[in-house]
Ligand binder design. Structure first.
Ligand SMILES: CC(C)(COP(=O)(O)OP(=O)(O)OC[C@H]1O[C@@H](n2cnc3c(N)ncnc32)[C@H](O)[C@@H]1OP(=O)(O)O)[C@@H](O)C(=O)NCCC(=O)NCCS
Length: 163
């Protein structure tokens, strides 16, 4: 069965809450995910479906004016290293662009080099640290962001068409 990326559905929420517990020291509760999905008009959640309704990965962001704040990215621990992180995060970046965001920003644990590598591969840059940001172990957060320059891309497309 072929995997595909789609917007979240209400019935995904319990699965996502389970994956949260496997992935994070401070997981979102099922209730907080449900509330965000159903009530937060600026929230955008995407899931990577295995083709039979099981969630393999998910990512979420909030659109705040013209900035997309990434609030969650995770791949089920049994399915890491297969390109799903790249696929779901790439879809999130594309969605931010389709919604004309001027930048995306996120926080990631200082020790989480795997996620940082993923974000760097999409052109995110390190901005600075928020000291002792995470409640559980007082770890610093690295703030990263990526700006979008639509004029440059339009120019590149035009040049490619002219060539
Ligand atoms: C971060 C995470 C989403 C990556 O997902 P994944 O499906 O394993 O990643 P992919 O297979 O798509 O790999 C994407 C990139 O991540 C980086 N990466 C993945 N596994 C890595 C590893 N073991 N070591 C170093 N970098 C790694 C690489 O840059 C890789 O790109 P490359 O293959 O071109 O080198 C996943 O590890 C995860 O869910 N971690 C726990 C939750 C988490 O930390 N989320 C981020 C919160 S800010």
């Amino acid at each position: 069965m072929a995997e595909f990326i789609r917007p979240i559905r209400k019935e995904d929420v319990p699965q996502i809450a389970e994956i949260e517990k496997l992935c994070f020291a401070m997981p979102w509760s099922e209730e907080s995910i449900r509330k965000d999905v159903e009530e937060n008009v600026v929230a955008c959640w995407l899931v990577l479906d295995d083709g039979a309704g099981s969630v393999l990965a998910y990512a979420a962001m909030w659109f705040v004016l013209d900035e997309a704040h990434v609030c969650n990215v995770a791949v089920h621990p049994d399915h890491r290293g297969k390109g799903y992180g790249k696929a779901i995060f790439g879809a999130l970046v594309d969605t931010a662009k389709k919604n004309s965001m001027s930048l995306m920003e996120l926080e990631v644990r200082r020790s989480n080099t795997v996620a940082q590598n993923l974000y760097h591969s999409f052109g995110f840059i390190d901005v600075g640290y928020r000291k002792r940001y995470y409640e559980d172990n007082k770890e610093d957060a690295l703030l990263m962001f990526k700006e979008f320059h639509y004029e440059d891309e339009a120019e590149e497309t035009q040049n490619a068409e002219d060539a």
